[in-house]
Design a protein around this ligand. Sequence first.
Ligand SMILES: Nc1nc2c(ncn2[C@@H]2O[C@H](COP(=O)(O)OP(=O)(O)OP(=O)(O)O)[C@@H](O)[C@H]2O)c(=O)[nH]1
Ligand SMILES: [Zn+2]
Length: 201
Amino acid sequence: MTDPVTLDGEGRIGEFDEKRAEAAVRELLIAVGEDPDREGLAETPARVARAYRELLAGLRQDPEDVLTTTFDLGHDEMVLVKDIEIVSLCEHHMLPFHGVAHVGYIPAESGKITGLSKLARLVEVFARRLQVQERLTTQIADSLMRILEARGVIVVVEAEHMCMSVRGIRKPGAKTTTSAVRGQLRDATTRAEAMSLILAR
Ligand SMILES: Nc1nc2c(ncn2[C@@H]2O[C@H](COP(=O)(O)OP(=O)(O)OP(=O)(O)O)[C@@H](O)[C@H]2O)c(=O)[nH]1
Ligand SMILES: [Zn+2]
């Protein structure tokens, strides 16, 4: 079976069709037994469509465009940004999962360093897509390695999945931790140092 969605190498798709999204939400309201024409729901399809446009904005963003600002600071040791808040949508239920990402990298030999906010922007590019937590974690790590030519990367994501807390197994508070470690950060000592910085409160 062919994939009906055209994905590029970074898992992006084409334009957001707001009218189609609105029509689909209207259908869903009918399907759940609601009256989409009652006063309170009249604007709901348009609101929901806008909400999804925002929540899935990363589908139309390129990580290369985020990591364009680079400086040569001659700093060749780890840079770590902790507690970057994330909200993403799980691709199984289209319900949010939310938590924090910690992103660290060892810059390239050339000293290619990016702005700190750009690490958070990069996280956003991948979080604002339909995701599973493992792929979100991997994509952040792999794009840092590739685009910054980093010598090492560590990404740890801790999140609570609404599909586990408000429905199904209903275990609010259960947290999932995923990590991706690349390059020199795979070395046991460097990795342990990074993990202790990440876990320090
Ligand atoms: N590995 C992984 N699993 C996820 C993620 N988000 C949601 N899931 C899981 O995806 C699975 C989908 O399982 P299914 O059995 O197909 O769906 P379901 O009947 O709704 O499953 P339950 O949630 O157990 O009720 C569930 O176990 C979810 O907890 C994620 O980011 N990573
Ligand atoms: Zn889910």
